[in-house]
Design a protein around this ligand. Sequence first.
Ligand SMILES: Cc1cc2nc3c(=O)[nH]c(=O)nc-3n(C[C@H](O)[C@H](O)[C@H](O)COP(=O)(O)O)c2cc1C
Length: 349
Amino acid sequence: MRLRDCFNFHDFRELARRRVPGPIFNYIDGGADDEVTLRRNTTGFEQCDLVPSILRGVETVDISVSVMGQKLAMPFYCSPTALQRLFHHQGERAVAAAAAKFGTMFGVSSLGTVSMEELRKKYETPQVYQFYFHKDRGLNRDMLQRAKQAGVDVMMLTVDSITGGNRERDLRTGFAIPFKLTPGGMLQFAIGRYFTEMLDPSMKWDDVAEMVRAWNGQFCLKGIMSVSDAKRAAEIGCTGIILSNHGGRQLDGSRAAFDQLAEIVDAVGDRIDVMMDGGIQRGSHVLKALSLGAKAVGVGRFYLFALAAAGQAGVERALGLMKAEIERDMKLMGCSTIKQLTRSNLRFR
Ligand SMILES: Cc1cc2nc3c(=O)[nH]c(=O)nc-3n(C[C@H](O)[C@H](O)[C@H](O)COP(=O)(O)O)c2cc1C
């Protein structure tokens, strides 16, 4: 199996499975507890059908969107993910280069393995910095300042990881009691400690409001799920929220973002940019989320498996396939702009 044999998410996943060590594949692939939420993230899309319109003149389609002050050539972006150089030596550089090539946004994780400054200098495309709130308030202030100086376009605070999720696959692959010195073991050890020792579980809305003020720019919260939290985010001056359950890696049994999307859009969609991520594997999934009112969607594993399988060439192929699917599906839906996608072209079973 080669990269040219990959035509969809499942193919990239399979190629990654063959090419990277088992513990690393399972770190990317896995979720929390019984992985119920992980599965629902994708199956949720299957409970909803697209209703196409015909004969509307779709020789050209424009799939660009504006979100959080950024113009994206496509309605999906690369969501921030940790430790990308562990999956492929090109790591974040490959993802940033591919995102720039396709004119979309990419996120750099707090647990990134290439500096945000280097990425900002080299790749001209909207860049997000994903922030975890540390116990050390001085460190938080310094990181915010660093991101500002680097020229990061959007600050994204992840709020669904107040403690680490129970990822049993990692425990199984990484820890044979007491501690096994394998890539998986080290990974589990490093990340487990980061969440329990470095991050601040006492974080509250006032802390976030202070961060929003200090950043004084595009600021979004990643991991919002309830209407009241969405309203609160708007009240403290956030410009965006991302409905997310962290790819099913945190609270298993929690709701899928797609299932919760309409409720949130109805409550705050006129005040704040609503995005979502989780489970997106197809262009049709993107169209369904946009039809419900998302301004853009994030993908995680969709580009990560491609990265693990084949580095920058893999990520470029994945983004290119997704773009082509979106354009094709737009034409088949009878839509030439993203604005034409509305709830009237959706039916839930
Ligand atoms: C391997 C991996 C690492 C991740 N690391 C982070 C991270 O460091 N910070 C963060 O906010 N989200 C992280 N996420 C979550 C993603 O940003 C995103 O919310 C999720 O992957 C979306 O689901 P999907 O993988 O089904 O597309 C990670 C996800 C994966 C799969």
